[in-house]
Design a protein around this ligand. Sequence first.
Ligand code: IPM
Ligand code: MG
Length: 354
Amino acid sequence: MKIAVLPGDGIGPEVMDQAVKVLHALVSDGLALEMEFAPIGGAGYDAAGDPLPAATLDLARQADAVLLGAVGGHRYDSLPRPMRPEQGLLRIRKELNLFANLRPAVLYPELAGASTLRPEVVSGLDLMIVRELTGDLYFGQPRGIHINAAGEREGYNTMRYSESEIRRVAHSGFRIAMKRGRKLCSVEKANVLETSELWREVVVEVGREYPEVALSHMYVDNAAMQLVRNPKQFDVMLTGNIFGDILSDEASMLTGSIGMLGSASLDEHNKGMYEPIHGSAPDIAGQDIANPLATILSAAMMLRYTFSLDEAADRIETAVRRVIAQGLRTLDIYTPDTTRVGCAAMGDAVVAAL
Ligand code: IPM
Ligand code: MG
């Protein structure tokens, strides 16, 4: 099993070091994993003048799975858009056809106090956002900034989804719902947008093939509200690229920290890229205070979804639960009754708990 490891920028390299440590521990126990490293994002730009260097894309294509840290940094914010780190991420998702983005939001009982919501609202939370990842406003043409008829600058992007794009991600959502609580809520804005109207129609059609899954529909504004009002009403949330981007950040905070959540981005054949849902956090980079658990849990998702190594994935997830139960906390989830550790110490603790 070959893994392309792309640490990226900011805290990416330090959190990735910890995930690699954990994978190495499994390799010592006989897991046949091979890891190869390559730059992406700002690191790609620095190394090869491109946020997605050709060699990195080649490696990602050859590998069976990709493990990514995070991209982005203030240093790159003034580059022309195609050279910016975020474009490296968007391009690799598109090039590898990773249309189904799985973003779980799971609350660890011990972290209920780290959420800004009341413990009774979030305790026991276990929801999965399935976000479409290769279409929508992010990729729709035409797009740009031009001078309009009135002679002023005008920015425009296009929200568009074809039927087949909706259909394939809807299947992903229903299949995941079948393995979970068999409830799927499709989120869009069909009261205003034609794209959403089609989205709803196609989801209803696909839903007929999954009669055991209870399908509901919700407008995105209401969904944003319901997520903080009563998040436990949701099992699987299926939504488009832009809405999923926003809702998944919101959902992450229900669990206390965006530093705890991994994600999987899958193609038709379950080849995938795995990354923490947090960003590169340049303000805390290099200080050994970042939370590596989201990246470690992303590695567990990789073992589960791409390699079907449920046992190895369970081992990592159990080890993470154990260090949390031991009271070890990075700054983002620290409360005064716990023990504060740095990024590397947290990685070591997970390895010890394995
Ligand atoms: C995410 C991020 C990315 C996105 C950015 C960095 C391009 O916010 O993965 O959610 O918008 O998809
Ligand atoms: Mg985002």
